[in-house]
Design a protein around this ligand. Structure first.
Ligand code: ADE
Length: 273
């Protein structure tokens, strides 16, 4: 996969040299190129922003530097043989970045990121490139960052670990929280490793039993427990067919029952006044 990032803070992307993404680059599975937007700002002060039409606080990133930068980055990529670019525009007004979207992006051969500072990029830029390319406006969460660079790091890491050969054990994707499959509606439960005793805390007997069926069941019960505690909305939204008989028993122990439409919710009788 090829990744281009255009930013006014190229140094912010240094972490892409480290750890999993850094290794994927060294191994030749990921070709990352970071570009300084100011290389395409031609006035004396290398201006990349201006005041918003209609007034209001803050500054808006200008069309011309972005247009020239993207034209050149795209032309260079095509020249180098890259195909089918998609533009990824980090913005708090974008669609939520999810594991499903990470999977979709990981299947594309070339991503071009446009992290913005200030109040964002003049909206005509995304509209212009959307006539030629898929454009993904994505938000990594319901909070406002000072710029999109941290979002580029987040999206790149989530995507890179899905690329073939990047994680040692491809099976580990299957059990990811949020991944399509058995864990689609569940958070992963606790994980434990040696030593078997630490500050008086042991390991649940079942994990030492070697009984794969019982271990899988324990993990699933713990996942249900943790999901009810941290993300009950995931259980409430899940297709009830996702829960087997044992899941239902556990949900009932946790005070969750099927409602009239079959979906699970907290047992009203168990709720406090
Ligand atoms: N830029 C600023 N805040 C952001 C967010 N939550 N997601 C993506 N890009 C952003």
């Amino acid at each position: 996969m090829r990744i281009d990032v255009v930013t006014i803070f190229p140094d912010y992307l240094e972490p892409l040299n480290v750890s999993l993404v850094g290794k994927a680059r060294t191994a030749g599975r990921l070709d990352v190129r970071v570009h300084d937007l100011r290389d395409w700002a031609y006035d004396r002060h290398n201006t990349v922003d201006d005041t918003p039409y209609g007034g209001g606080p803050g500054m808006v990133m200008k069309t011309e530097p972005w247009g020239e930068a993207l034209d050149q980055v795209l032309a260079d990529g095509y020249e180098a043989g890259a195909r089918l670019p998609a533009l990824v525009v980090p913005t708090p007004s974008g669609r939520p970045f999810t594991q499903a979207l990470a999977v979709e992006l990981s299947e594309r051969p070339w991503l071009v990121f446009t992290p913005a500072r200030y109040e964002g990029i003049d909206s005509r830029v995304a509209a212009e490139y959307a006539t030629r390319l898929p454009v993904y406006e994505v938000s990594i969460g319901d909070y406002v960052l000072a710029g999109g660079e941290a979002a580029v790091l987040v999206v790149t890491e989530a995507v890179a670990r899905l690329l073939p050969g990047v994680l040692g054990n491809a099976e580990s994707h299957r059990d990811d929280s949020f991944a399509p499959g058995p864990m689609a509606h569940l958070l992963e439960g606790p994980v434990l490793t040696k030593p078997p005793q630490w500050r008086g805390r042991g390991i649940p007997e079942v994990l030492l039993s070697g009984h794969h069926g019982k271990i899988a069941r324990w993990r699933r019960d713990e996942a249900l427990r943790r999901t009810i505690a941290h993300r009950p909305d995931l259980i409430a939204a899940a297709d009830p067919a996702a829960f087997d008989k044992k899941d239902r028993e556990m949900l009932s122990i946790l005070g969750w029952l099927p409602g009239p439409d079959g979906r699970f919710g907290p047992n009203p009788e168990a709720m406090e006044e």
